[in-house]
Design a protein around this ligand. Structure first.
Ligand code: ATP
Ligand code: MG
Length: 496
């Protein structure tokens, strides 16, 4: 019957019951099942054996001649919170059973019981214990992954971010807005806040508002009652309910449909919500962390995002500056990634070649830390020496900054000497500067579209977003400029 036949170590089990027959039968049956069994006939005896024998499981009679089983239960749990206690009661009255469960008993069994029932209950207890241990382990691992050690950087800007994370975590700020370009670490920051706050042991549930179609998002967030729609065959909890006590991370909030925005506003203002098809307000205690790489303020001004929600969200705001504005972080980040990836892939790369680092520091990282991580990962996979060199960096990174060139080149908008109105005017850096002889606006537009398409591997939705135009407009302009889309995005070309 046991689920853990493979168990090598025998579990210690204590039977506490004043009936001799009960003690005897349980000892016989459970010893056979592989337990080391001790028995006690009274509360005092049980206390003594508890100290010496250190049982892992106790079958505890609720009525003993010299003690109340419920008091003993509390005593034992206080001394060892992991001990599994199953109450035995001749009076299978719901009252004491409920009290026992509240006081920490795993289960209870009414007398007379049959042995199979006890065995079944014990099996369930062990299973539950294993689940709890797995969850604890998982949480510890999560916390390890998302402690501050995983947020690398020593620039003044990132230190400011660390400070804000700490304040948000410690003050239990209910609403936090995290802003920053794609790949700057918004998700990492959200997790750091949660896992450093008093809510760390409660759930952290995230949802990507851009990835879920509008009609499903409401269900995802608020859940539904049975019969709320055709497929709602039973009541289901949404994220807000499941995360009660913890944190909800609303990623890409800028993409949340306006209709949902008003519902989120209601949750923020009243701390309640309704399931789809529900008639009752459900109260929750959650922290909402919202993130976006969009200009939420601009969107609010253009009525593309609810102003009232924006003002509600924009109280405790953490802005993560793009990597190009904190290039001091590149060095520690690269070393951190090398260390992590060495472990992950069993490589032994000892640091980075100074020229290669120089190259990385010149590049402007439109994809921010994510792009940097990917670049390091790719180079590490291919690198056969024991130091990371520039030879396996992508063409884009190498072309952007020739590491053998003097430091003054390509370090930022201010330093660029812009050539005349040639194709290089919109140069590799993507820096636009009006050349002395002027330039055709048409050409600039065409070139920027081409670059956006290359950056996003031909993905028109993302390219359009990056250019701040609709996909239809982008399509129209691709046609207008006769930009041809070959299969290989890096070969995108324009035909004048
Ligand atoms: N300061 C940092 N230290 C270490 N790793 C970082 C840091 N910032 C970002 N990263 C890493 O960069 C990658 C992107 O981070 P994350 O997913 O948090 O970005 P994001 O801002 O949420 O991006 P998006 O807007 O595209 O969702 C992840 O692999 C993350 O671990
Ligand atoms: Mg993200």
């Amino acid at each position: 019957m046991r689920t853990d036949n493979k168990r090598v170590k025998k579990r210690r089990l204590l039977v506490v019951d004043d009936e001799k027959l009960v003690r005897w039968s349980l000892r016989e049956a459970l010893s056979e099942e592989g337990f080391v069994v001790e028995t006690a006939a009274s509360g005092n005896e049980a206390r003594q054996i508890f100290q010496e024998f250190e049982p892992e499981v106790i079958l505890l009679d609720i009525r003993l001649p010299d003690a109340n089983g419920l008091d003993l239960l509390t005593e034992f749990k206080e001394q060892n919170k992991d001990v599994i206690i199953v109450m035995i009661t001749a009076y299978a009255d719901a009252d004491s059973a409920v009290k026992a469960l509240k006081a920490g008993a795993e289960d209870y069994v009414g007398k007379p019981f049959d042995l199979d029932e006890i065995q079944h209950i014990l099996e369930q207890c062990f299973l539950k214990q294993k689940l709890h241990r797995d969850v604890d382990f998982f949480r510890r691992e999560q916390r390890k992954r998302y402690n501050y050690d995983n947020l690398v950087g020593n620039s003044l800007q990132i230190i400011e971010v660390f400070k804000l994370i700490k304040i948000c975590a410690e003050t239990d700020a209910k609403i936090v807005l995290v802003l920053g370009e794609s790949g700057t670490g918004k998700q990492l920051v959200a997790r750091a806040i949660h896992f450093h706050s008093a809510r760390a042991d409660e759930p952290f549930i995230e949802t990507n508002c851009a990835a879920i179609p509008e009609h499903l998002l409401e269900n995802e967030l608020f859940g539904h009652e049975k019969g709320a729609f055709t497929d709602a065959i039973q009541r289901e909890k949404g994220i807000f309910e499941a995360a009660d006590g913890g944190t909800v991370f609303l990623d890409e909030i800028g993409d949340m449909p306006l209709s949902m925005q008003s519902k989120i506003l209601k949750v923020i203002e009243t701390n309640t919500f309704r399931r789809l098809g529900g008639r009752q307000d459900i109260a929750v205690d959650i922290r909402i962390i919202a993130a976006t790489n969009q200009d939420l303020q601009g969107m609010a001004m253009r009525n593309e995002f609810r102003k009232d929600l924006f003002y509600r969200l924009n109280v405790m705001t953490i802005f993560i500056p793009p990597l190009r504005e904190r290039k001091e972080d590149i060095d520690p980040l690269v070393n951190y990634f090398i260390k992590r990836l060495n472990e992950e892939y069993g490589k032994q790369i000892n640091g980075i070649d100074p020229l290669a680092l120089k190259c990385l520091k010149r590049y402007d990282w439109p994809g921010n830390v994510r792009e940097l991580r990917n670049a390091v990962e790719r180079a590490m996979m291919l690198e056969d020496g024991n130091v990371l060199t520039a030879r396996y960096f992508s063409k884009e990174i190498i072309e952007y900054a020739d590491p053998s060139a003097p430091d003054t080149v390509n370090t930022g908008p201010a330093s660029g000497t812009i050539p005349a109105a040639t194709k290089e005017t919109v140069n590799k850096q993507g820096i636009i500067s009006l050349p002395p002889d002027g330039i055709s606006l048409d050409y600039v537009e065409k070139e920027l579209i081409r670059q956006a398409l290359i950056r996003y591997d031909g993905n028109q939705t993302r390219a359009a977003k990056c250019l701040g135009i609709s996909r239809d407009t982008l399509r129209y302009r691709i046609k207008k400029h006769k930009i041809s889309l070959s299969n290989n995005a890096s070969e995108l070309s324009t035909h004048a």
